[in-house]
Ligand binder design. Structure first.
Ligand SMILES: Cc1cc2nc3c(=O)[nH]c(=O)nc-3n(C[C@H](O)[C@H](O)[C@H](O)COP(=O)(O)OP(=O)(O)OC[C@H]3O[C@@H](n4cnc5c(N)ncnc54)[C@H](O)[C@@H]3O)c2cc1C
Length: 384
């Protein structure tokens, strides 16, 4: 480990020197975080991925880290969300490779009284969280922060701090750190996972089989494929999202988000690459992860209605990727029912970059200790 690293120690396994052999299927942010925490605790880890690191959602997502809102926040996963935020703060200091972690202010624009009513009850909880300043600002105060916002809006909920990262670099930083700490990375498509007696067999296309003590299934939107292998339904489906990266004139745009009648969860923010990232879409269209002209038009229409000068922005990059979505929008995290050798860690939906560290750490805890102190009771795979 580098001098910069501060070892994370799993509570009851400080002396785990001859750790279990663990195979992690999927090297996204969830699998990467699990690999990181497991290697720090002394486990022998092999991560298998069919594709290069960072080419799916974990490397293409915006990278906004907002622990105070989203599906299941505050109940039932508010505490878990804040725990993951704390882990992000730790990781930003301890991971060797830089990934442009930045703390900033975010503005959630509110258009009408109905939206205001919806956020009011959440506001009380948000304001009560240590370490955050959350306040309601009227339109004129919002315009003092960002005068380029047009349209009729009432004001904004301003939260400080929120985080933002380069997700491609973060996903790679997690895997690289795990490799430095002894993990192996295998490129290949897993075609079966079988649990036999005291061991597990992970088959990889091409005929190779990895024999191990425990398996973590972190296959993101593809997690449902493991249902057949494991004889248990993992009801994860892909939810496509697109993002445009624009070159635009003028000073950087702070992290602005809004929801309109035709599009949910829109945002614009200038990131560390100097480009304005604008998004996003939510499309239930299977595993097609190609950017589309309809996606581009939808995003541009929404962002230009708030920040009209972005109509002149030059599109430098247009990406699309798939969120892993469960039926209730919450992660699926825990042992495969009846099998303490297999942990499922998937379904983080729209918040997987934020939740990746706590999901990976909890999966690592389960593998090593059989339990985790993180409150994952609402996320049990057998809840559906
Ligand atoms: C447009 C968009 C913007 C987003 N913005 C944010 C944001 O700002 N903040 C936030 O918190 N979240 C955000 N998200 C959500 C976040 O990106 C995802 O929830 C998260 O990346 C999911 O991580 P994962 O590790 O579960 O899955 P993935 O990143 O999909 O990783 C799964 C991995 O498993 C591998 N795999 C699958 N099947 C197999 C197999 N059979 N064999 C081997 N390997 C396999 C895949 O190749 C893949 O690398 C966004 C998502 C989208 C689409």
């Amino acid at each position: 480990m580098s001098a910069k690293s501060q070892p994370y120690i799993l509570a009851t396994h400080m002396s785990y020197t001859t750790g279990p052999k663990v195979v992690i299927v999927g090297a996204g942010v969830v699998g990467g975080a699990a690999a990181h925490y497991l290697t720090l605790a002394g486990a022998k880890v092999t991560v298998v991925d069919k594709d290069p690191i960072g080419i799916h959602a974990s490397g293409l997502a915006l990278g906004g880290l907002g622990p105070l809102s989203g599906a299941g926040i505050p109940n039932p996963i508010g505490t878990l969300s804040i725990e993951s935020w704390q882990l992000h703060l730790d990781l930003s200091k301890s991971l060797t490779d830089e990934y442009d972690f930045k703390l900033e202010k975010s503005l959630n624009i509110i258009f009408d009284n109905q939206q205001l009513e919806t956020i009011r009850s959440l506001l009380d909880w948000q304001k009560s969280q240590d370490g955050f300043k959350v306040e309601w600002l009227d339109k004129s105060d919002v315009l003092d922060i960002e005068p380029r916002i047009v349209s009729a809006f009432l004001g904004a909920v301003v939260t400080e701090p929120t985080g933002i990262i380069d997700t491609y670099k973060f996903n790679n930083a997690l895997i690289s750190e795990a490799q430095r700490n002894g993990a192996d990375l295998v490129v290949g498509e897993v075609s079966n996972i079988q649990s036999t007696g005291s061991a597990c067999n992970v088959s990889i296309d091409g005929g190779k089989t990895l024999i191990c003590d425990k398996v973590i299934v972190a296959m993101g939107p593809w997690s449902h494929q493991a249902s057949e292998w494991l004889g248990f339904n993992i009801p994860i489906t892909p939810l496509k999202g697109q993002i445009l990266r624009l070159k635009a004139e003028g000073p950087p745009i702070p992290h602005i988000s809004w929801s309109g009648a035709d599009i949910y969860g829109s945002y614009a923010v200038t990131k560390s690459d100097g480009l304005v990232w604008v998004g996003t879409t939510e499309e239930h269209g299977g595993f097609d992860d190609r950017p589309s002209s309809i996606g581009r038009q939808t995003i541009m229409r929404s962002v230009v209605s708030i920040l009209p000068q972005l109509a002149q922005g030059e599109i430098i990059k247009h990406t699309a990727c798939l969120r892993p979505l469960s039926p209730d929008g919450l992660p699926v995290l825990g042992f495969l029912p009846g099998n303490p050798k297999i942990v499922i860690a998937s379904g983080a939906g729209r918040k997987g970059i934020l939740l990746g560290p706590v999901m990976g750490k909890s999966a690592a805890d389960l593998v090593l200790n059989g339990y985790t102190s993180s409150n994952i009771s609402a996320l049990s795979p057998d809840r559906f």
